[in-house]
Design a binder for this molecule. Structure first.
Ligand SMILES: Nc1ncnc2c1ncn2[C@@H]1O[C@H](COP(=O)(O)OP(=O)(O)O)[C@@H](O)[C@H]1O
Ligand SMILES: [Mg+2]
Length: 233
């Protein structure tokens, strides 16, 4: 579904990603792990068309999306849930969800789409008329994810959903990601929380020094030590 081919990205004189390649197959949850500053967010933003590539290509279902504006990437079926979540704190849960389709033209079934999100995340229905700012961290992540799903993307990009969340909420997030995947969505999950990612991912990549230090199906990872070794290699 998503094919990232030898991309290079940097900021000024700093080169963050160097000839980075990986794929995300349809229907799967793929985890991209790496330490703080490894370039995970840079990778997500590059896919979403938010920062320019210095080299390489990105394909979505065979369509070249390299150097496309972010709204074109969105139209190709890729929705990003940013690490910062970017909710509108003074608006209600429901209003935040409705904003998820604002960028799309001709959506006539907003009510049905909101209903779909409530079915996936019943907690959001309970909180529908509360301000986003009043939600717990876990609920805010749920809302940011729900808003991205309002567009019915083919591929959901989740940038460190565990950021700032209490450990007890993390298992709730795993359930959310599973629920999303069971609904047929393909997910690219970026995480620093290795344990969490290993619980939900079908395939694991470790990003290190701007490239892939490890690529393995989850089923072949017998010992998490090899993940940590790849972090440090
Ligand atoms: N806008 C920016 N300008 C300059 N350097 C940046 C910018 N964004 C990120 N970086 C640098 O790029 C590297 C990778 O950052 P990032 O992709 O956010 O890593 P991660 O998400 O894995 O923590 C870091 O060294 C960071 O300081
Ligand atoms: Mg990041």
């Amino acid at each position: 579904m998503l094919k990232v081919e030898g991309i290079s990205v940097g900021y000024g004189a700093i080169e963050v990603l160097r000839d980075l390649s990986f794929t995300v197959p349809k229907g799967k949850v793929v985890a991209l792990l790496g330490g703080n500053g490894a370039g995970k967010t840079t990778t997500m933003n590059a896919i979403a068309g938010l920062i320019p590539l210095r080299g390489g290509e990105i394909y979505m279902n065979g369509e070249r999306i390299t150097r496309q504006a972010s709204h074109k990437v969105f139209a190709a079926g890729i929705s990003l849930v940013a690490q910062s979540r970017e909710l509108f704190p003074e608006m209600t849960v429901r209003q935040n969800l409705e904003l998820g389709v604002l960028a799309q033209t001709g959506v006539s079934d907003v009510v049905a789409r909101v209903e779909e999100i409530y079915e996936m995340f019943p907690r959001l229905r309970e909180r529908a008329f509360n301000r986003a700012a009043s939600l717990s961290g876990g609920e805010q992540q749920m809302l940011a994810t729900g808003r991205a799903l309002m567009a019915r993307p083919k591929l959901l990009l989740l940038d460190e959903p565990t950021t700032g969340l209490a450990p007890i909420i993390v298992s709730e997030l795993q359930k959310i990601i599973r629920a999303v995947n069971e609904r047929g969505y393909t997910v690219l999950l970026v995480e620093q929380n290795t344990k969490m990612a290993l619980e939900v991912a079908d395939h694991v990549y470790v990003l290190r020094r701007g490239g892939i230090a490890l690529s393995k199906p989850r089923s072949e990872i017998v010992d998490t030590q090899e993940i940590f070794d790849a972090y440090l290699s």
